[in-house]
Design a protein. Sequence first.
Length: 204
Amino acid sequence: MLFIAPVILLAIVSHEYAHGWVSDRLGDPTPRHSGRLSLNPFRHLDIMGALCLLIFRVGWAKPVPIDPRYYKDRKKGILYVSLAGPGINFILAFLSLFLEGILMKFGSRTSTLIWILCQFCYYSAVINIGLGLFNLVPIPPLDGSKIAASLSEQASRFYWKYQRYWRLILIILIVSGILSKPLNWLNELLLNAMWRIIRLIINL
């Protein structure tokens, strides 16, 4: 818990802040006016989503309100904003593993502090990859559905038609564990791929 709790807060805050920051850069003042351009975790925390992330390693935060009417190109704007959240999680995961590699190469193998920092970096990578991948699942209200809807009008109509059922479907998929196996496999695949790249970079 000492490792995972702060990592979850960092992953969630970064994810939602990235959504708001990109939307703000595209001309939408809504995230700023709603107080979501903040690093305060309590402005972004969704209790159910955080508990799911803690227990099932997949979860979500409180969605950042945006207004696509401010974008010059509505579909591209939604696409960029939706990709920003998972994107920052993958960047943080890579940086965490890179720092772990540096610590392993140059730090003392007998140092308790180095061991603690390495563990923190590892959990940061795992949680950030898990959050990023989960949010790319194309089920509302996750980012993957917004990405799909911005790329396909047919997908957008499909999501709208069954909008009342999506949250229940998502909870069932999480609790039943149906999503766990493919997401865990993808998490391990991406984690190992990043680690191989980092080992080549720092010659570990």
